[in-house]
Design a protein around this ligand. Structure first.
Ligand SMILES: Nc1ncnc2c1ncn2[C@@H]1O[C@H](COP(=O)(O)OP(=O)(O)OP(=O)(O)O)[C@@H](O)[C@H]1O
Ligand SMILES: [Mg+2]
Length: 357
């Protein structure tokens, strides 16, 4: 990627802002930072993709930032993930309020449903299972043809699939209504994520002034339709959904880089939130939350704890590259008090232990 960018820019690329899905865990963020470093980049910041999309819209003046307290939703549906982000505009700066993500919902899921549907139609017509036995070899080309058909259905009502491999002749026309029918459950799941994000931010659809689209899968007509029905206004895609994240990251890179002189720096200040709760692991395995998820960053937390036994200690840590977070002791990142999918963030703390004498 670095050499592609250098070829295009005809210059050396030293600094970079790298974007990641908003709900990425701390370990994935660390691994991304490390990958950037190994590629020889000075990573200025990891930025959440939907936040970058919002920065691009503000920078391009495609949303009116004048009215303070205005709420924007970014709906980012890519190849594998969905991120829903609610941002409040506060006199020109962006205050991230709520992040809701699904790491298992994206374009490939629509593709898989369509592949199964087309294969079943072919089996009923010819008796031949294109997904089984020897025919498995044709799967990559079948997937490719299905993805092309899906893209066509974003602008047309019908798409043709024509494949001839190993004596299998697969010839079908797919209607947009068929594509929508086989994926309706997934589209509803997307809208459910929108509702959860709103509920988490204690808002209703009426509180959102604009919906910004990011990610290739937001070109699907049904996605537009459902968002328009729900919010009563068309979602915005004036900054190209394929480029909007990179656009916002470039704006942020110019803001952070020492190579850009002060008076040319774009100013779109962003206040992020931590995507997962950070807390202290206590006896019996429960976690006391120090900094609840969706707290504005940087954040500090304090907690008074008693030793369960003499010389008991714990580990302390930080919330990772998203923003440093001070903690009181035994810091863990996870999904709150439920105790699942928690991860020790590292470090060690011994405090108020009795005198050994
Ligand atoms: N015209 C189109 N109509 C429907 N889907 C499209 C269209 N163009 C691209 N896509 C889909 O968009 C997806 C890729 O989107 P994008 O490039 O935003 O994903 P990504 O950022 O790589 O993935 P993620 O954000 O999930 O990590 C693919 O599933 C692709 O098939
Ligand atoms: Mg993406």
């Amino acid at each position: 990627m670095k050499s592609i960018a250098e070829k295009l820019a005809n210059d050396v690329i030293a600094d970079a802002v790298i974007t990641v899905p908003a709900h990425f865990s701390d370990s994935r963020r660390e691994a991304t930072m490390e990958a950037g470093r190994q590629a020889g980049l000075n990573v200025l910041q990891l930025m959440n993709e939907p936040t970058a999309a919002a920065v691009a819209y503000v920078y391009e003046k495609k949303i009116n930032t004048e009215s303070a307290g205005k709420n924007i939703m970014v709906f980012d549906l890519g190849g594998n993930t969905l991120d829903v982000l609610i941002i409040t505009l506060d006199s020109g700066s962006l205050l991230v309020r709520k992040v809701k993500g699904d790491s298992d919902l994206g374009g490939v899921d629509f593709d898989s449903n369509l592949i199964r549907y087309v294969a079943e139609k072919h089996r009923l017509k010819t008796g031949c299972n294109v997904l089984g036995g020897e025919n498995e070899k044709m799967f990559p080309r079948l997937r490719e043809a299905i993805v092309t058909a899906k893209h066509t259905l974003s602008t047309q009502d019908e798409a043709d699939i024509e494949l001839y491999i190993n004596d299998v002749d697969l010839n079908q026309s797919i209607l947009r209504s068929e594509f929508e029918r086989v994926n309706e459950e997934l589209f509803q799941k997307c809208m459910f994520r929108v509702e959860i994000a709103l509920r988490g931010a204690k808002m209703t659809s009426q509180d959102i002034s604009e919906v910004i689209l990011a990610g290739g899968s937001t070109r699907i007509k049904r996605v537009h339709e459902l968002l328009q029905q729900f919010f009563g206004r068309a979602p915005l895609s004036v900054v190209h959904p394929d480029e909007v994240v990179a656009h916002g990251a470039a704006v942020q890179a110019a803001f952070l880089s020492k190579l850009v002189i002060e008076k040319h720096k774009p100013k779109v200040p962003v206040c992020n939130v931590n995507p997962k709760s950070i807390g202290v692991m206590r006896s019996l395995g429960e976690m006391s939350v120090l900094i609840p998820k969706n707290s504005p960053l940087p954040a500090k937390g304090e907690l008074e704890v008693e030793c369960a036994y003499d010389y008991a200690g714990g580990c302390a840590g930080w919330g990772g590259p998203l923003g440093s977070v001070g903690s009181g002791g035994g810091a863990w990142g996870g999904c709150g008090q439920c105790g699942e999918r928690r991860r020790c963030l590292g470090g060690e703390l011994w405090a108020n232990t009795p005198d050994e004498t």
